[in-house]
Design a protein. Sequence first.
Length: 257
Amino acid sequence: MDEASLRADMIEGLEHELGEPLEAAVLTVLQRVPRETFVDDSPYANAASDEAGTRVLAPATAVRLIGALDAAEGDDVLVIGAGVGYSVAMLAEIAGARHVHAVDIDREAVSLARSNLSAAGYEAVLVDRRDGANGLPEYAPYDRILLEAAVLEPPRALRDQLDDDGRLVYPRGNAVQTVAAIETAPNESAEPDDDAPPGFRTVETAGPARLRPMLVDGEQRGVERNRTRREDAERAEQGHFAPHGWEQEWIDWDDRL
C-alpha cells in the first residue's frame, strides 16, 4: 500500500478507537504530515515505539494532546519534549512553522528532531537543547504550551511563560495519567480545582495516556543519576573515599513547582 492509503487506514482506526470523528484541524494535519519521515518502523501503527533511543507517542496519544491544545494559525506554541518531532510538525502545520518552538533535554533527540523536521519541510521550527522545566523564556509568552512528559503539576516556569489567555496541556499523573488542559482562572469566578495548579482551572481532560515522567538536567540519558539518601549518609561518614554516587547534587523539585 502507498503512504496515502496507510495514512487513511490509520485515521480510520483512530476514529474507531476514539469513538468519534476527528476534529477538522487534527484530521488535516494527520493527512498532511508524513509520519514515515519521523518513524521508521511501522509508522502508521497505532502504538508507541522507540526511535533512536527516543520514545515515540502512539498516534492516538498525539491526537489527544494536539486536540486538547486547540492551537490555531498564528498561535505561538512551545513544545516541551521534542522527541522525534512528529507532534511538533503537527503543530507547525496548524500554527505555522515559525510560530512553533520545541525543546528537549536530550541532545541526540534535538538533533534527530531537527533532521526530521527539515526533511518533512518544517525547518523553520526552532528546536533547542534545554531543560524543559525552565521553558524557553526568550520567546515567551506563548499562546499554547504542550508538555509531552508526565507530571503531577507543570513547572512554575512554564505557567509563568503562558499568555494570560493561553492554554497548557500535559499528561497529569504517575502510573495512571489523564491528558489535562489548563487555563488561567479568573479571580472573580474561580472555583477550587484540586487537580490544577493554584490560579488555574482545568478546562478539558482526555485519556487515558501513558507518557514517561518529566526529566530535568541530571536525569537524562548519558548523565549519572542523582545520589540516594543512603549515599548521602555514606558520604557524611566516609567523605570523598565513599565509593558510590557523587555525580550530581540533589534536584529540588520544590523550586520548580
